[in-house]
Design a binder for this molecule. Structure first.
Ligand code: 13P
Length: 249
């Protein structure tokens, strides 16, 4: 099996401050030469601060458009020039609060790659969808929107984050077995398109990950790290999550 380097990504959402950047970045520096990629997704207005601290970073969303009259949007090309390496695409808050469609998510994915950013494609079902046994169908549809537009090869330079909507910010984490089952479903689906993409693509779990549950989640065969919300704002919790990912492939 391909060895996949784990990722621990902190999605700060619309939280954080200049002080928090300094505090978290001084801890995160310690992981530079270890077997984990730690990435911070601060609010866009703090991105340059994270870059200045020499920490891998990304935007929480980008515009699907090239430069133009789109007041308030984040231009992917500029984010890349500023030093961002990654961008989240299709986070559930973008899908539900800002009505991003699968098609728009695919357009943003394309714009990210065109601009030199590595997309982290977020997918996941709502509680109602899980209860209706539609988890696999929803996740497959969200991933297929990208494959249909760009082809399977586009996933070579990308990451997928499985974030069940019912587990985000609720304290209700998927059990390691529940998460692993969906990660395996995603990898099997990719395998039906391209074996190499399926074995090398990193699939992160997100949704109420904390310092107590991270180790058992990351120990699962198809879980290659985490996308962390609330706990990424707390230095001690975040570093212990990073510690539990080191070497866990
Ligand atoms: P929480 O870790 O706060 O549940 O958030 C998860 C998330 O949405 C990360 O993108």
């Amino acid at each position: 099996m391909t060895q996949r380097k784990p990722i621990v990504a902190g999605n700060w959402k619309m939280n954080g401050s200049f002080e928090l950047v300094a505090e978290i970045c001084s801890e995160v520096k310690k992981y530079k030469n270890l077997n984990v990629d730690v990435i911070i997704f601060p609010p866009a207005l703090l991105l340059s601060e994270v870059v200045k601290n020499g920490i891998e970073s990304g935007t929480q969303t980008i515009s699907e458009f090239d430069a133009g009259a789109y007041t308030g949007e984040i231009q992917a090309q500029l984010a890349h020039e500023l030093g961002a390496k990654y961008t989240l695409i299709g986070h559930s808050e973008r899908r539900s609060i800002f009505n991003e469609s699968d098609q728009q998510v695919a357009d943003k994915f394309a714009q990210a790659q065109k601009s030199g950013l590595t997309p982290i494609l977020c997918v996941g079902e709502t509680e109602a969808e899980r209860e209706a046994a539609q988890t696999e169908q929803v996740v497959a549809r969200q991933i297929r929107a990208v494959i249909d537009k760009l082809g399977i090869a586009a996933l070579n330079d990308s990451v997928i984050a499985y974030e069940p909507v019912w587990a985000i910010g609720t304290g209700k984490t998927a059990t390691p077995e529940q998460a692993q089952a969906v990660h395996k479903f995603i990898r099997d689906m990719l395998n039906s398109y391209d074996k190499q993409v399926a074995s090398s693509l990193r699939i992160l779990y997100g949704g109420s990950v904390n310092e107590k549950n991270s180790e058992s989640l990351f120990a699962q065969a198809d879980i290659d790290g985490g996308l962390i919300g609330g706990a990424s704002l707390k230095k001690d919790a975040f570093t212990s999550i990073c510690n539990s990912a080191v070497g866990n492939v």
